[in-house]
Design a protein around this ligand. Structure first.
Ligand SMILES: Nc1ncnc2c1ncn2[C@@H]1O[C@H](COP(=O)(O)OP(=O)(O)OP(=O)(O)O)[C@@H](O)[C@H]1O
Length: 210
């Protein structure tokens, strides 16, 4: 997936969150979006994903040289973020069955294997509602990392993870990013150490515009 942002700006009410953002995100690269709390990292990720509309400027998406309409972006997107909810009324097995009907896993991995990779075998029949916050985060990450999607957006990916969870994330992100466009919103170097590129939302008029 390739995303070309031109003069991109987002304003909530009278407040410009970012403005004049020109950047091309190339396939097969990983970019960290940096900035202090409240600077607009999540807003930028949501805008790039097509989930919220920019106030000004344009976003052009393409995949393998073919244009992709913004309404087709969700089909090619895997997104892990603290504000995206899991279906808590399902057991882990039920959730994987349901989720992978809409968002298939990458070739070569089955839902049962993903459960093993997430170290959640013992919780196969547990309701997601009863998972700990770290287990939920590992599940969200597992679903995104192992989705068969060329665009991977990770917002604060180690939220709620302990040391072992962070090491698990680092191992599995390394194993799944090749060939994809990956964008990570973060303030924690261990979350984005694998990224070749960094941009800061505050470089795009955010502070100046306030
Ligand atoms: N739907 C909304 N309506 C109005 N203001 C919003 C909305 N969403 C976000 N904002 C504002 O936009 C600014 C940037 O928020 P955002 O969540 O993008 O920052 P962030 O850099 O991701 O923060 P954090 O590191 O704390 O997660 C904040 O001032 C926030 O209050």
């Amino acid at each position: 997936m390739r995303i070309e942002a031109t003069k991109l700006g987002k304003r909530f009410h009278r407040e410009w969150i970012f403005r004049g953002l020109n950047h091309t995100f190339h396939p097969g690269t990983a970019t960290a979006v940096l900035g202090p709390n409240g600077s607009g990292k999540s807003t930028l990720l949501n805008t790039l994903s097509g989930q919220i509309l920019p106030t000004e400027g344009s976003l052009v998406y393409s995949f393998q040289g073919q244009p992709v309409a913004v309404e087709d972006v969700p089909r090619r997107l895997a997104y892990c973020a603290p504000y995206l909810e899991l279906i808590e009324e399902l057991t882990l097995s039920e959730l994987l069955h349901f989720h992978t009907r809409f968002k298939p896993l990458r070739p070569g991995i089955t839902p049962a294997q993903l459960i093993e990779r997430m170290y959640l075998e013992k919780s196969r029949h547990k309701l997601v509602r009863d998972f700990s916050s770290g287990m939920k985060q590992r599940l969200k990450l597992g679903l995104a990392l192992y989705a068969d999607s060329p665009l991977l957006l990770l917002d604060e990916p180690t939220t709620n993870l302990d040391r072992a969870g962070v090491a698990w994330y680092q191992e599995h992100v390394q194993a799944t990013v090749a060939g994809r466009l990956v964008i990570v919103s973060s303030n924690v170097p261990e979350e984005y150490a694998f990224c070749q590129h960094q941009i800061s939302v505050t470089d795009f008029g955010a502070q100046a515009a306030r």
